[in-house]
Write a protein that binds this ligand. Structure first.
Ligand SMILES: NC(=O)c1ccc[n+]([C@@H]2O[C@H](COP(=O)([O-])OP(=O)(O)OC[C@H]3O[C@@H](n4cnc5c(N)ncnc54)[C@H](O)[C@@H]3O)[C@@H](O)[C@H]2O)c1
Length: 436
């Protein structure tokens, strides 16, 4: 019988189910899931129940014991961002390769620790930047790499998170900057990684301005729209708020989070207009890259629609991509077109087609045909990423597989942006993090 590669997962929340399902189904001939680790034993049980698994489970203090007892080859890290460095380093020290969700970590000290441990142990660390694999984003890379618009001198990049998805970062652990590094690290790591990869360059200087302008108690009160509840589940005061998440209405969330609260007190449904939010929701960033390209970037987390727009100015023309991921969010009541009628907003799946436009100097604009995929999450990206993580090595002229250096470079822009927001000054990456 073929030797199966043995995987363990640390952090059995919602994101880890993508890796679990890939191992159990598509890659069952080569991969085996052997053990789980999480702070919450109830969640590990609930997570297994939905797919009829009965794997051994371990507390964080037993992580090394788990690796030893099951001869784990690869650890998949899908825990809270603030803990990634700990498991990445402990796994590599114990002789394992690691697949880590983004962001690789949340600050420069933890990033140093990861790079030092990787260098010393020589183990492989893969950071799963799924957005690189979306066919539309790969097409942009291919066109820029072909030199179609000459040298890229500047990039204008705007990312909208809607009032359903964007709000979710303000309901749970992400809302505390110590856990997630704020949206500049937690979310924009995807976008900054795309730009590093698209431009084949590294960030040099970062300047940012941003604030909490929409979510949070003070903003709601200033608008005359205070919400006097702590959490969305089981509170009558939350009943008519489209931002409130009622986990009793969502069977998956109820079993994975609400029913497991007695073990760790993790509340998945906090009031986004409550106290204790230390992250920003509207941020502008300027980045100068080592190849002299300048990017203006904007992230907003309370937009009426979700998607992104990027324009590349080059010495031979311009490339523009417009992607609508969700057209709008319904408040959830009295709308007959809803796909699901739940609180917290129900997103319509009406999506305008992605457009990729090449505008050459002295010529007509040309629409570039795109191969769009509906299989798997993130515009087909997740399925291709999983093939790279669990399947046979693929020939890839676009260099999409991301290692520890890419992981580090993508968070350094966000960490520098956080520093710049705090001081009001530009940050030179080489001074902030001379190790790379
Ligand atoms: N690439 C993507 O598109 C994408 C999408 C969603 C989430 N993610 C990433 O996946 C990770 C998990 O996100 P999620 O939405 O599943 O979060 P989640 O809150 O659903 O799950 C996190 C899990 O980590 C566990 N945990 C907390 N502290 C721990 C500790 N000290 N040791 C071990 N386990 C601990 C929690 O109990 C929970 O089960 C995050 O890093 C996030 O950035 C990536």
């Amino acid at each position: 019988m073929k030797n199966l590669k043995k995987y363990a997962i640390v952090g059995t929340g919602s994101r880890s189910t993508m890796f679990r399902n890939a191992i159990l189904n598509t890659y069952a001939n080569t991969c085996e899931l052997v053990a789980l680790c999480d702070v919450n034993p109830l969640r590990m049980q609930a997570w297994q129940k939905t797919v009829n698994l009965d794997l051994p489970t371990y507390a964080p203090a037993e992580f090394e014991k788990m690796i030893e007892q099951h001869s784990v080859d690869v650890v998949i890290v899908t825990s809270v961002d603030r803990t990634h460095h700990e498991y990445i380093c402990r796994a590599m020290e114990a002789g394992c390769d690691v697949v880590s969700e983004k962001p690789m970590t949340v600050d420069t000290e933890k990033c140093s620790q990861i790079l030092e441990t990787q260098q010393r142990t020589g183990k492989k660390l893969t950071v799963t930047f799924n957005y690189r694999y979306a066919p539309r984003n790969s097409k942009v890379k291919e066109l820029l790499q072909s030199g179609i618009i000459g040298n890229v001198t500047s990039v204008h990049f705007e990312w909208m998170l809607d009032t359903k998805h964007g709000a979710d970062y303000f309901r749970r652990w992400h809302r505390d900057k110590r856990n997630s590094g704020g949206l500049m690290v937690h979310k924009s790591t995807h976008h900054f990684d795309l730009v590093n990869w698209w431009l084949s360059s590294r960030p040099e200087t970062v300047m940012a301005m941003g604030d909490l302008r929409f979510y949070g108690r003070e903003n709601a009160e200033n608008r005359g729209e205070p919400r006097f509840y702590t959490r969305g589940t089981g509170d009558a005061l939350a009943a008519n708020d489209p931002f409130a998440l009622d986990m009793n209405q969502e069977a998956d969330l109820k079993s994975l989070y609400y029913d497991c609260e007695s073990a760790d007190g993790y509340q998945r449904d906090q009031n986004v207009f409550g106290d204790g939010i230390s992250i920003e929701d509207d941020i502008g960033v300027m980045v100068r890259y080592q190849n002299k390209t300048v990017m203006t970037y904007h992230l907003v987390a309370f937009a009426p629609w979700e998607g992104y727009r990027v324009a590349f100015n080059g010495t031979k023309g311009r490339l523009e991509i417009d992607v609508t991921e969700k057209s709008y969010v319904s408040a959830g009541e009295g709308d007959h077109n809803l796909s699901r009628n739940v609180k917290g907003g129900s997103t319509h799946q009406v999506v305008e087609p992605t457009t990729l436009l090449y505008r050459p100097h002295w010529g007509e604009p040309q629409k570039i045909e795109l191969e769009e995929s509906n299989t798997g999450g993130h515009g087909g990206a997740d399925a291709i990423l999983l093939r790279d993580v669990f399947g046979e090595p693929q020939e890839d002229s676009l260099g999409r597989a991301a290692g520890h250096e890419d992981g580090a470079l993508s968070i350094l822009t966000g960490i520098a942006a956080n520093q710049s927001m705090a001081t009001g000054l530009p940050v030179k990456i080489s001074e902030m993090f001379p190790q790379l």
